[in-house]
Design a protein around this ligand. Sequence first.
Ligand code: SF4
Ligand code: SF4
Length: 264
Amino acid sequence: MTSLPATATSKKLGLVIDLDICVGCHACAVNCKEWNTGGHSAPLTDWNAYSADEEEDGDEGAWGVWFNRIHTFEAGEGEDARTVHFPRSCLHCETPDCVTVCPTGASYKRAEDGIVLVNADLCIGCKLCSWACPYGAREYDKTEGVMKKCTLCVDKIYNENLEERDRVPACVSTCPAGARHYGDLGDPGSDVSKLVAERGGYELMPEMGYKPVNRYLPPRPRRTEAADIGAPERLADLAVKVPAAEATENAKGVLGWLDQMLSR
Ligand code: SF4
Ligand code: SF4
């Protein structure tokens, strides 16, 4: 059994993922793989990457280690139906059994910032942690016989050789939609905490008691009316609202311009 840090600070580094904005492009997953293949937990194996076979050379078909995976679901019915893209990686839980079940001390939670990591030198590949994680966030590297997982790019976020603006996890820096945010969720004044408060960000499966640090922002309600998305009113509607020329002769702005054009 491995202990959680008894002297943890209030710092809780983590991600906030906006499910309203994520377009499921997988850029975050690919850049995660790219960074971590050359970084802290390198290499992240891929085996038979392009195989469609179930069985190849005595092994399954395509498989590999991905710290970040994107799942796509259809949610809702009728007018409320929508496609939701759900990125999944380690949530750096505050009280994770993935750490406490580890028999060797390989899995651990950092006291200084709450990041959950695996020490590959101590891991014996027993996979107990992957059974303990209710979020499916552990990744077993069959080639090396050890467990790996999202490190929150710990080798990038503290790298003083990088510009300060680049010291964010690879998934955050690459998201073309701006759906991923990184920061200290233990600080109520941080940008990520404010975002969570504004948008009603939530933790996944609180009933498990793992207290994930990462938060998800819910999709916004579908907007069906033109006014809901700030679209200009249709000219036909304006004609009904402003029927007579005399009613527009003193009009200003767009209406005034429209009146002048139509009066020529
Ligand atoms: S998400 Fe899973 S792997 Fe990550 S800290 Fe929580 S229990 Fe552990
Ligand atoms: S697979 Fe490795 S990290 Fe996971 S419980 Fe076993 S020894 Fe610990």
